[in-house]
Design a protein around this ligand. Structure first.
Ligand SMILES: Cc1cc2nc3c(=O)[nH]c(=O)nc-3n(C[C@H](O)[C@H](O)[C@H](O)COP(=O)(O)OP(=O)(O)OC[C@H]3O[C@@H](n4cnc5c(N)ncnc54)[C@H](O)[C@@H]3O)c2cc1C
Ligand code: SF4
Length: 369
């Protein structure tokens, strides 16, 4: 049941979807096949497939992990049918060339939806603001919540560690469960290998090969997208048999599109609330939104600090950022990469667990962003 702000729960009929801009909801795609391919509840892919099948777009710019010149790289594709959208469904924790793919639309006719990370959407909105012709070609922009991505080098190094030849890799899919999941490495000869997702993710959480801009990022909910989707990991949603996506409609276009998709019965939605989301995840929200604690981490690890130090700092967050900055620095040199990937993987997992535990400690205080 969707709840309008102020309305009592159960007041609205199921088919009278009302989605409030800037509010957070949880839901999932009704189609089990979409959910089987998706990262969370499949909301993003369900919207794209409906847009395509109702002729409102000619295709969608979606991304996945592929291989180029024997290196693992993010790839952005122009999907023009359901199969193409499902092939790229799921989360690809890698830098993707979304902006370049959007620019290439200048040469092509038709209307396209685009899926991107918050920073990509910020860049794209700026770019489109001076290009009205291209802006018309991209009527729907869908964002993903994001707290960090990595360069393809992480996979290059990880596969070397696991004895997988990079040149033999065709695509990599991340299959997420409620907790955990797998990295499925599809090889060019048709076979595949599997690595537990948590092993790859611990390198990402520890800051190894993270994109330099992620170290200073402070907006993670894709507020410039029409609709943004993410995970919802509260105790209640973890226990649910069907994995849910969280979603926020940031624009009127996004809200109307979502209302329509719900009314058609293609996705479900229940009110969760933005305030409640921020309260529930206060530790990680302040950790990833505020720059103050990173100042000390940057100074300690020899990185160039941005902004200015603040009077009040969450020391636990500063310690977590110090681990991230130090690992990031190491992963930018060949010697450092050899060292990090030569260590037993439990060492990196321990570092990632430490970062996670420290990041969840919320000690309040004034806004020191
Ligand atoms: C790098 C990264 C970091 C994330 N961090 C968080 C987080 O901290 N917290 C959180 O709540 N959620 C995070 N997410 C989002 C989350 O993993 C799901 O993508 C989101 O919940 C949507 O799920 P879905 O099942 O509705 O989407 P799906 O139906 O699975 O569709 C996902 C869409 O995203 C596109 N996509 C996947 N990876 C990329 C990429 N790298 N660049 C551009 N497009 C891409 C796919 O092509 C697909 O169209 C992250 C995602 C990524 C890619
Ligand atoms: S953390 Fe920020 S800068 Fe990094 S990929 Fe996500 S949105 Fe972009």
């Amino acid at each position: 049941m969707i709840r309008k702000n102020g309305a009592k729960k159960g007041q609205m009929a199921e088919n009278q979807a009302y989605i409030e801009q800037g509010e957070l909801y949880a839901g999932y795609a009704a189609d089990t096949d979409i959910r089987a391919h998706a990262s969370s509840g499949g909301i993003v892919s369900a919207i794209l497939i409906d847009l395509l099948e109702t002729g409102r777009i000619d295709g969608a710019l979606v991304s996945m992990i592929g291989s180029r010149d024997s290196h693992i790289r993010g790839v952005t594709e122009r999907a023009v049918d359901r199969a193409g959208i499902l092939q790229c469904a799921g989360s690809s924790y890698i830098e993707t060339p979304v902006i370049g793919a959007a620019r290439n639309l200048r040469e092509i006719t038709g209307r396209y939806a685009l899926v991107g990370l918050p920073c990509q959407i910020r860049t794209l909105r700026k770019y489109l603001s001076t290009r009205p012709g291209l802006k018309e070609k991209i009527p729907y922009i869908i964002g993903l919540f994001c707290r960090g991505t990595v360069a393809g080098g992480l996979y290059d190094d990880l596969f070397l560690k696991y004895g997988i030849a990079r040149s033999a890799v065709a695509t990599v899919k991340v299959r997420r469960e409620h907790i955990g999941g797998d990295l499925i490495i599809n090889l060019a000869d048709g076979t595949s290998r599997t690595i537990p997702f948590r092993k790859m993710n611990s390198y990402r959480i520890a800051g190894i090969h993270s994109m330099p801009r992620c170290l200073w990022c402070s907006e993670h909910l894709a507020a410039e997208a029409d609709i943004a989707g993410g995970d919802i990991f509260t105790g209640k949603y973890r226990k649910k048999q069907i994995k849910h996506s969280a979603f926020v409609c940031w624009s009127g276009t996004g809200a109307s599109l979502m209302e329509e998709t719900i009314k058609k019965g293609l996705v479900t939605a229940e009110y969760f609330g933005m305030k409640r989301y921020r309260r529930t995840f206060a530790g990680i929200e302040t950790f990833s939104n505020r720059l103050g604690p990173r100042y000390m981490a940057a100074r300690l690890t020899g990185a160039r600090p941005r902004g200015r130090p603040s009077a009040f700092n969450n020391i636990f967050h500063s310690l977590a950022w110090t681990i991230i900055f130090a690992n990031n620095r190491l992963s930018r040199t060949m010697k450092g990469r050899k060292l990090l990937f030569g260590l037993p993987s439990w060492v990196i997992q321990l570092e990632a667990m430490t970062v996670k535990a420290l990041s969840r400690i919320h000690i309040g205080g004034p806004d020191y962003k």
